[in-house]
Design a protein around this ligand. Structure first.
Ligand code: GLY
Length: 572
């Protein structure tokens, strides 16, 4: 039977033809992988899902309607993304979950990748003493021990439906195939040479001719891996056949990840970072992500200033926020790392006294200079994708998960059909040597066996009067935290709806390099005035792909998917 894909983007409708059958999410719930609509906004009364792909959001919604809670929907959406969004959705990466249960309790889960036991501080330094980012960013040696599957099972403690129900849509999407959007076809084509170079076996992502929009991608090996996880739980990934396939891939590609590394992997519950901003309570991810602490530093540094009276993206408000970003990212480079290996001075970094002192040299008339702004002295003994979900009962879950680069290491595990991350590059591979996002670091984020590399991922919740208000997060490397920062300021200080909070132009400063990045549709007058003050500006095509849900006082859930990608929302 002929099937058709509808992509509706603004006024344009694109049709593709292909043959296949629907996937089942449960009795009476079917999703047709060949008829999907990219929906950028919904306003609903019950539950909603915002993710990087319409099919993944549809899977999450179907699980909510089937009686699942926000955790059930999150697990099913993450697994679907591992199939339909191979650039970032993953089994071979890692991530973070921040959640608030309807009973008010908060939790965060750290399933960041870990350095293999055979890894070490100098593993990317060559015999001439040079840092080799080509080793930390590509292929087998760049992969950390994946955490995503452990994270999914940790989330499942809070879910209602059997895991096998939640994984079934992903299995069927992998087996029955998905139709590629233009963006996905282009992504696979531009990485074709790398897939061949960094994988040792043929992969589903490579075919003789170029991928076209509307082609169908079948992933039978990935379907078998998902079935092993369905049948054996986390052991279906970390032990047995899948682990064996990973280690064989490593051995063929001179990687160092071992069976012991995989068997030892654990997801760690962490205490979320919590702070107040202008009467709102913010809950975010602690280390091994820098996200929550850096977000807290930036928001609390600007809190004493009347930002709303400065006006949205006027030079006055933007310059203040840039200087807060500069100072927070200087602290990131020096003070943040895996808390199991490094004493992170979280309480000091988020204290009013410290942050007031941090802004004491702020000058509203001219550009700061990063060379003059070192990390604060704390006197004490561091391609991604985001999903935001709220259910009808008010359970809020924010998950950001990553392979690091787009398609990670571009190493596909032979016979298992999934990509491995290149997350090792998020360590400081040598003091002062920038990673792929330009971030530098030192001892706090140096490589040690079993350590988790510092992240910028910032899955975040905001509460008002102890009630759900915002669920937010984004991909974007080091720009993640500044995008979340600005999305929150857009709502709290400038009273924007979810759509504007996500889609208004963004800007970014990360201490080093000492430049301000702005999106190409950024206010031209503000750009000119910043240049006049001495800032160096560069223009970026896009910053982040933010998924945000805003909950209105009457309980309406306003969900927005970023215009910058194929991101899509579903709700009821
Ligand atoms: N790999 C990007 C991050 O974790 O920040």
């Amino acid at each position: 039977m002929k099937k058709w894909l509808f992509i509706i983007l603004g006024a344009s409708i694109i049709f593709y033809s292909c043959t296949s059958s629907n996937i089942t999410v449960g009795p009476g719930k079917e999703i047709d992988p060949y008829h999907f609509t990219i929906t950028k906004n919904v306003s609903v009364n019950n539950g909603c899902v915002a993710s990087a792909h319409p099919l993944a959001s549809e899977v999450g919604l179907a699980i909510l309607k089937k009686g699942g809670n926000a955790f059930d929907a999150m697990i099913a959406t993450q697994l679907a993304l591992a199939v339909v969004h191979p650039a970032a959705g993953n089994l071979g990466g890692g991530g973070f979950t921040v959640a608030r249960l309807a009973n008010d309790s908060l939790l965060s889960l750290d399933y960041r990748e870990m350095a293999p036991l055979k890894g070490g501080r100098n593993m990317y330094i060559d015999s001439a003493g040079n840092a080799r980012t080509d080793w930390s960013q590509n292929g087998h040696l760049s992969a950390g021990v994946p955490g995503t599957v452990a994270g999914l099972f940790a989330e499942h403690q809070y879910a209602k439906l059997p895991f096998k129900t939640l994984i079934q849509p992903a299995i069927e999407l992998a087996e029955k195939g998905i139709v590629l959007t233009k963006r996905e076809a282009d992504g696979l084509n531009s990485n074709k040479d790398d897939f061949i170079k960094y994988s040792t076996k043929p992969t589903a992502f490579v075919k003789n001719t170029a991928w076209k929009e509307g082609d169908t991608l079948y992933q039978p090996e990935l379907a078998e891996t998902l079935k092993r996880i369905r049948d054996n739980g986390a052991k279906g990934f970390y032990e047995g056949e899948t682990a064996k396939l990973i280690v064989e891939e490593m051995q063929r590609g001179k990687g160092i990840m071992s069976l012991e590394d995989l068997k030892n992997y654990v997801c760690k519950p962490r205490k979320p970072v919590e702070f107040d901003y202008r009467g709102y309570h913010v809950v975010s991810m602690p280390p091994s992500s820098s996200g929550g602490i850096i977000l807290g530093e930036m928001l609390k540094m600007i809190e004493p200033y009347p930002v709303s009276s400065y006006g949205f993206q006027t030079v006055k408000s933007v310059q203040l926020m840039i200087e807060a970003e500069r100072r927070a990212y200087a602290d990131r480079a020096e003070h943040l790392g895996d808390p199991d290996f490094w004493n992170v001075p979280q309480n000091i970094l988020l204290s009013d006294a410290y942050l007031k002192k941090r802004m004491s040299d702020y000058d509203s008339t001219k550009s700061g200079v990063s060379a003059n702004i070192k990390a604060g002295n704390v006197h004490e003994s561091d391609q991604t994708t985001h999903i935001s979900i709220i259910d009808k009962d008010g359970n809020m879950v924010a998950v950001t998960t990553t392979l690091n680069n787009s398609y990670g290491s571009r190493t596909v595990v032979g016979g298992a059909g999934f990509l491995l991350n290149d997350e090792m590059d998020d360590f400081s591979i040598k003091p002062g040597v920038p990673n792929m996002f330009g971030a530098i670091g030192g001892d706090a984020n140096a490589i040690q066996p079993g350590k988790r590399m510092l992240s910028s991922m910032t899955p975040t919740l905001v509460l008002k009067d102890n009630k759900p208000f915002i669920v937010v997060g984004t991909p974007g490397g080091t720009t993640i935290t500044t995008s979340v920062f600005q999305s929150i300021v857009n709502i709290v200080d400038f009273n924007m709806d979810a759509n504007d909070a996500v889609n208004k132009p963004k800007f970014h400063h990360q201490w080093l390099p000492d430049t301000v990045s702005v999106e190409r549709d950024f206010n031209e007058e503000t750009v000119k005035q910043l240049k006049d003050m001495g800032y160096k500006l560069i223009t970026l095509r896009a910053i982040g792909r933010t998924e945000l849900i805003k909950i209105l006082p009457d309980g309406t859930r306003e969900a927005a998917a970023d215009k910058r990608g194929d991101d899509s929302v579903s709700g009821y």
